[in-house]
Unconditional design. Structure first.
Ligand SMILES: Cc1ncc(C[n+]2csc(CCOP(=O)(O)OP(=O)(O)O)c2C)c(N)n1
Ligand SMILES: [Mg+2]
Length: 562
């Protein structure tokens, strides 16, 4: 769309029965299941904030804009759409990393940015927050979203709102909507909303792909399913669960798809991540004579920094809109249709499901006075996890170690697992709990990542939310230490357990030993009136088994590229 004010028409002043642009945007968001909008106000977006506060959508103020975007991302992963509203320049540019992450991770976040009014932009003045031609901001977001609109023209604004929101849901990716401040209250031409017809699967290609796949499944001795993140983003978890049950096949998940299947069900193998993942899952997946890759995105994290051994000659791969059976490609076959048709026709596989060790608990915990380690913490958390919790992990060892956690039901593990931005977990947990108050977040975060966006804990406290935040304080960037040690990996040693004095009301605990950790965890579980912070003292050189495997691999990569 043309962002230039010269191309836009004047607001229609006489059409008082036409919806106003800002109100229509809010209405359509509400209809799409968005009950909350995160963000920080500023003068270019204040008129929209005024409409927001009069609407059925609740504003959740955050301490920064990037955390608003992380929160909207966490919200979107639960609700199917999340929204944030920020001011021009200083606000919008602050969200670029988080929105790029949502784009990389297929999370449908709606970025609403205020902007100087169309009339104000006309003479190209030097307005505050400007950083170049006015179109620059839209151009930046064009690279990290699937659709952009500048609502400068009242004759097309409503259609543009519909188009962008449809795109966010259809492609499960972020969109950008820029609203000049003098267009918020402008009546706009009410074009009827006609959602774009989604092209369905090609019936013949679908039938052939299903027949070929089922013939292979029928002949295979040891077929295995590998479930990926696309199943979560398209809301296909129930379909997958039905297929797994009827086909009677073992199933593993990728790290980005972790928890897309219930992790405590029979036949669940654990996370497969090549040589970086747990050995049990690796062995069964790599020894399978037929592997069904469902919704798997072949990124380097899921492929264990290219240590995965997946032979295309033994693989069926179903992506969003195509299926590969060995090296034959079936275009225009949608994942949903493929999975549904497979489920209808599959014959249960005979034979027992492989016996892979379940979650590692810690029956001998606590050893009084014993210093905490990452491995023991994860083992203990496996005993404490309850079905009403969702685990939110930040980048760093929190993410890698959580490979060994088994969450209960499906879709209760949130992370920036592929884009791996630090600072995701605390704000994403805020968004996830606002979206789904019935699920209590268990946040796993390193001291470094917490120092980036931990201020959002104060928002959780303000809202009376009760996440349990476990901060692994290893006094620095341990993940980086294992790849390349240097003084740049040391950070300030905060007294995290005293955050309540600043961010409260919240409860803080310091846990250096196993008995202190158990006591803190018990008290945190019982405290439901606000957040709990458990600061776990770790040695700077302590790490999970998964991080040891990863860093060996990354060290090779870093040294090879020198
Ligand atoms: C925004 C961002 N900056 C830098 C990095 C690179 N990085 C990856 S892990 C890491 C260290 C994380 O430290 P901490 O949160 O304390 O976790 P730990 O590794 O100590 O478990 C860094 C700096 C990143 N992933 N994201
Ligand atoms: Mg650290």
């Amino acid at each position: 769309m043309n962002a230039s004010p010269t191309g836009s028409r004047s607001p229609a002043s006489t059409h008082d029965d036409w919806p106003r642009i800002g109100d229509y945007l809010l209405l359509r968001l509400k209809e799409a299941g968005v009950d909350h909008c995160f963000g920080v106000p500023g003068d270019y977006v204040l008129r929209f904030y005024d409409r927001l506060c009069r609407s059925d959508i609740r504003h959740i103020g955050t301490t920064r804009e990037d955390t608003a975007a992380f929160a909207a991302d966490g919200y979107a992963r639960s609700r199917g759409l999340g929204a944030l509203a920020v001011t021009y320049g200083v606000g919008a540019l602050n969200v670029v990393n988080a929105v790029a992450g949502a784009n990389a991770e297929s999370s449908p976040v709606v970025v609403i940015s205020g902007a100087p009014g169309v009339a104000e932009q006309r003479d190209d003045p030097q307005l505050h927050h400007r950083f170049g031609p006015f179109r620059f901001q839209r151009e930046i977001f064009e690279r990290i979203t699937c659709a952009c609109a500048v609502l400068d023209d009242p004759y097309t604004a409503l259609r543009e709102i519909d188009r962008t929101l449809d795109a966010a849901r259809r492609y499960s990716r972020p969109v950008y909507i820029e609203l000049p401040r003098d267009r918020v209250d402008t009546p706009a031409f009410p074009i009827p909303h006609e959602p774009e017809e989604e092209a369905g699967s090609d019936p013949e290609a679908l039938a052939e792909a299903v027949a070929e796949t089922l013939a292979l499944v029928g002949r295979a001795q040891a077929p295995v399913i590998l479930a990926g993140v696309e199943l979560h983003r398209r809301g296909l978890q129930d379909l997958l669960a039905g297929f797994v049950l009827k086909a009677h096949l073992p199933v593993a998940a990728t790290l980005t798809g972790k928890s897309v299947v219930a992790e405590r069900q029979p036949g669940y193998l654990g996370v497969y991540e090549g040589a970086m993942g747990p050995e049990g899952a690796r062995r069964v997946v790599e020894e399978a004579d037929l592997l069904l890759l469902l919704g798997v995105t072949p990124n380097d994290i899921d492929l264990g920094i290219n240590t995965a051994r997946l032979d295309p000659a033994r693989t069926v791969r179903a992506g969003q809109e195509e299926v590969w059976v060995h090296r034959h490609r079936y275009p225009h076959v949608h994942l949903r249709d493929f999975l549904a048709a497979l489920t209808d026709a599959v014959v249960p596989h005979p034979g027992p499901l492989p016996d892979v060790p379940g979650p590692v608990g810690a029956p001998d915990f606590p050893q009084p006075g014993q210093p905490m380690t990452m491995a023991r913490m994860m083992a203990r958390l496996n005993d404490f996890l309850t079905p009403d919790m969702q685990v939110v992990a930040d980048s760093g060892d929190s993410l890698f170690a959580s490979v060994d956690l088994r969450v209960h039901a499906r879709s209760e593990f949130l992370a920036s697992a592929y884009y791996t931005t630090m600072g995701f977990a605390v704000p994403a947990a805020l968004g996830a709990q606002v979206a789904n108050p019935g699920r209590r977040p268990l946040v796993l975060v390193g001291d470094g990542a917490f120092q980036m966006t931990g201020t959002e804990l104060s928002t959780a406290a303000r809202l009376g939310l009760d996440p349990i935040v476990i901060i692994g304080n290893n006094r620095g960037y341990t993940t980086e230490r294992f790849i390349l040690e240097g003084p740049f990996n040391d950070i300030a040693d905060w007294r995290f357990h005293r955050l309540g004095e600043l961010f409260g009301p919240l409860r803080g605990f310091a846990a250096a030993t196993e008995d202190a950790f158990d006591e803190a965890l018990g008290a945190a579980l019982a405290f439901r009136d606000g957040p709990s912070v458990i600061e776990v003292a770790l040695r700077p050189d302590d790490c999970s088994a998964a991080l040891t495997r990863l860093s060996e691999r990354l060290r090779d990569v870093v040294q090879q590229s020198e």
